[in-house]
Design a protein around this ligand. Structure first.
Ligand code: AMP
Length: 185
C-alpha cells in the first residue's frame, strides 16, 4: 500500500502516519524526521538544511527530490509499502514524485488530506515545543503552506481521487477514519 498524507503543518500527519505504519505494516517516511536526524548527525545534508528548517522555510526542491529518490529506491521500502509524510510540499516535488512512481512501477497511490482550522494548528504547533515551532516560524510555515503546498493538494484533487478527513478530535478515532477510507478504496 502506498499512501501520501497531505495537510498543513501541525495537523497531526506525523502522529497519524506513525499509527498507520504500525497497524498496516508499512514504512513511515517523514522527510521532516529524516532532515532533523541529518541535522543531529551533522551530515552534509544536515548542515545544508539546518538554518532553513529552523527558520520554517522549505529546503530547496533539488535537495528534497534527490533525497526522496534515494529513499524510495531502496527495494525493501517500495516492496513493503509506505506512507509519505511531509512530501511532496511543492508542485515541483509532486511532479518529480509522479515520475519516480512511474520509474518504480508504483501504480496505485492513495492520497489522504488531513484538514483543520488555523487556530487549532497554531495552538498545536506552539504546544509541541519543537525548535522550529516559535510563534514567528509557525506563522511563516503556515504562509508557506498556503503559497507553495496548497497547490499540491489542488494538483492531486484534479489528477487523483483525494480523501479529506477532519484532523481535530480523538487521535484513535481520526486514525480509524483514515483506516476506513483505506479499506474502502
Ligand atoms: P515537518 O516535520 O514535516 O514539519 O518538516 C520540518 C521542516 O523540514 C519543514 O519546515 C521544512 O523546513 C523541512 N522539510 C520537510 N519536508 C520538506 C519538503 N518536502 N520540502 C522542503 N522542506 C521540507
Amino acid at each position: 500500500m502506498h499512501i501520501i498524507l497531505l495537510g498543513p503543518p501541525g495537523v497531526g500527519k506525523g502522529t497519524q502516519a506513525k499509527l498507520l505504519a504500525q497497524k498496516l505494516g508499512v514504512v513511515h517516511l517523514s522527510t521532516g524526521e529524516i532532515l532533523r536526524k541529518a541535522v543531529e548527525d551533522a551530515t552534509q545534508l544536515g548542515l545544508q538544511a539546518r538554518n532553513i528548517i529552523e527558520s520554517g522555510s522549505l529546503v530547496p526542491d533539488d535537495i528534497m527530490i534527490g533525497l526522496i529518490k534515494e529513499v524510495l529506491s531502496q527495494n525493501n521500502i517500495t516492496g513493503k509499502g509506505f506512507i509519505l509524510d511531509g512530501f511532496p510540499r511543492t508542485l515541483q516535488q509532486a511532479l518529480a514524485l509522479e515520475e519516480l512512481f512511474k520509474e518504480l512501477n508504483i501504480t496505485s497511490v492513495t492520497v489522504v488530506n488531513i484538514v483543520a482550522n488555523e487556530e487549532e494548528l497554531v495552538k498545536r504547533m506552539l504546544n509541541r515545543g519543537r525548535k522550529d515551532d516559535t510563534s514567528e516560524t509557525v506563522k511563516h510555515r503556515l504562509r508557506i503552506f498556503k503559497d507553495l503546498t496548497a497547490p499540491v493538494t489542488d494538483y492531486y484533487r484534479k489528477k487523483h481521487k483525494i480523501f479529506d478527513i477532519f484532523g481535530v478530535g480523538d487521535i484513535e478515532e481520526i486514525n480509524s477514519g483514515i483506516l476506513k477510507i483505506l479499506s474502502k478504496k
